[in-house]
Every structure is written in structure tokens, then in C-alpha cells.
Design a binder for this molecule. Structure first.
Ligand code: PEP
Length: 252
């Protein structure tokens, strides 16, 4: 049985006091390790303060992005070691907003994956098709390519550290969720690709979470699917009651 992961990606939201207040409430409500691994991904500015609040709690901290180089003249960028230093255990890599708005290619993401894993960060590796790709029937090809290119030369030992996030781009922030069966179909394909193309012997234990307009109302039916092991939550992860509701529903 895979322990579900419920992660909130706060994107470019929340000041330090807002992030700290949310983290305090979360720590109070989920003070003991439960049936779900809870992860929050605050903006860089709030990482350290959130880490101070969550010290000693079972809640994990993720960054939303990183650079692949260790240090140097890369104005505006943050290295994996800096994220570890700020208390991160996870890092989101390949979010569709990074791919679409900031030109991140599979090759760049592969470098990030190697750098993250080398520093001991656990990547939440995002993949997903656009609406155009879905409508033209190329969803599976796109997913397969994103996995093969993004995980090029990643060792089996390192694959065990990765959580995959299937996020159909057309479902992110749009209020349109993939139906549970649509999501399940792609999650199953991801697991098969990890087993067959990456030749990973433990694909049945790989965490594959779904992202795209997840909320307390649709969490139950998504989590009922055999290959959906949690959620990456954007909008609903900004609201305490909604996020706590998603966690509670996933604790079964
Ligand atoms: C996301 O950005 O990863 C996401 C899933 O957003 P939302 O839940 O708002 O669709």
C-alpha cells in the first residue's frame, strides 16, 4: 500500500506572515504522523520561516523550482544546496507553468533532476499534456517522452526518491478536473512507462499524484482510483479549510 502524498503548491502567493499563520494551523491540526504525507511548497521568501514553524512536525517542505548549477553567476536563481539549507526535503520540477512561461525544456529538467537528487532533495516531477495534445490523441506519446527525456540517466536508486505528478495542463487552475477514469488511465500508463522504459523494478511502489483543480469535492473519487496516490493542489491549497479537507478525505 502506497502512502498518499498531498502537496500544496502556493506558487507566487502568501507573504511571510500569511505563510507562517497557515503553517501553524496545519501543524496544530496534523501534529502526529498520519496516513498521508503532507507537503507544502511556499514561495522562496517564506521557506525558512515555515521551516522554523514546522520543525518537529510530520509536515514536509518543498520548493517550487531550482537551478541545476551548484553556485555561480546565475542572477535570480537558487541551487539545490540552498534549498536543503532552508529546510526543504522536496522540490517541484517541471511544473507546466515553468515549462510554458519560462521555457523549461525536457533537457533542462533532466539537469535539474540530477542536481536535486545529488543534493538529497526528493523531486516532485510534473508531467502532463496540453488540451491540443489531448485532442490530437498524443497524450501518451507526450507523457512517455517527458518521462524518458526528463529522467535520462537517472538510476533506479534515484527513481525511488521521485514522486510523479500527472497534471494535465488543461486542468490546472481552470476548474476542469480530469475525470477519475481519465486520470487513472494516464496514471496507469505512467506506472507502466516507469516499469518498461525506465526498467524500474519497483514501479508498483512509485508515488504518482494527480494535479488539476483538485478540491475537497473531487478528492474522494480521484483517490479511489488504484494508481492515484495523492494530489498536487494549487488553488485549493491556499485555503486552509479546503487543504485540510483534501488531507482528511485522503486519510483512508
Ligand atoms: C498546480 O498548479 O499544480 C495545480 C494543480 O493548480 P490547481 O489545483 O489550481 O489546478
Amino acid at each position: 500500500m502506497i502512502k498518499p502524498v498531498i502537496a500544496a503548491n502556493w506558487k507566487m502567493h502568501k507573504t511571510i506572515p500569511e505563510a507562517v499563520a497557515f503553517a501553524k494551523r496545519l501543524k496544530e491540526k496534523f501534529s502526529e504522523p498520519g496516513d498521508v504525507d503532507i507537503v507544502i511548497a511556499p514561495p522562496f521568501t517564506a521557506l525558512r520561516s515555515v521551516m522554523e514553524v514546522l520543525k518537529g512536525s510530520p509536515i514536509h517542505i518543498s520548493a517550487q523550482n531550482m537551478h541545476w548549477e551548484g553556485k555561480g553567476a546565475y542572477t535570480g536563481e537558487i541551487s539545490a544546496a540552498m534549498l536543503v539549507d532552508a529546510g526543504c526535503e522536496f522540490v517541484i520540477i517541471g511544473h507546466s507553468e515553468r515549462r510554458a512561461l519560462f521555457g523549461e525544456t525536457d533537457g533542462m529538467l533532466n539537469k535539474k533532476m540530477h542536481a536535486a537528487l545529488k543534493s538529497g532533495l526528493k523531486p516532485i516531477f510534473c508531467i502532463g499534456e496540453t488540451l491540443e495534445e489531448r485532442e490530437s490523441g498524443t497524450t501518451f506519446e507526450i507523457i512517455q517522452e517527458q518521462i524518458k527525456e526528463g529522467l535520462n540517466n537517472i538510476t533506479p536508486n534515484d527513481i525511488s526518491q521521485i514522486a510523479f505528478a500527472y497534471e494535465p495542463v488543461w486542468a490546472i487552475g481552470t476548474g476542469k478536473t480530469a475525470t477519475p477514469l481519465q486520470a487513472q488511465e494516464v496514471h496507469r500508463f505512467i506506472r507502466e512507462t516507469i516499469a518498461d522504459d525506465l526498467e524500474y523494478a519497483h514501479a508498483s511502489e512509485t508515488v504518482i499524484i494527480y494535479g488539476g483543480s483538485v478540491n475537497p469535492e473531487n478528492t474522494g473519487s480521484l483517490m479511489d482510483q488504484p494508481d492515484i496516490n495523492g494530489a498536487l493542489v494549487g488553488g485549493a491549497g491556499l485555503d486552509f479549510e479546503s487543504f485540510a479537507g483534501i488531507i482528511r478525505i485522503s486519510e483512508r
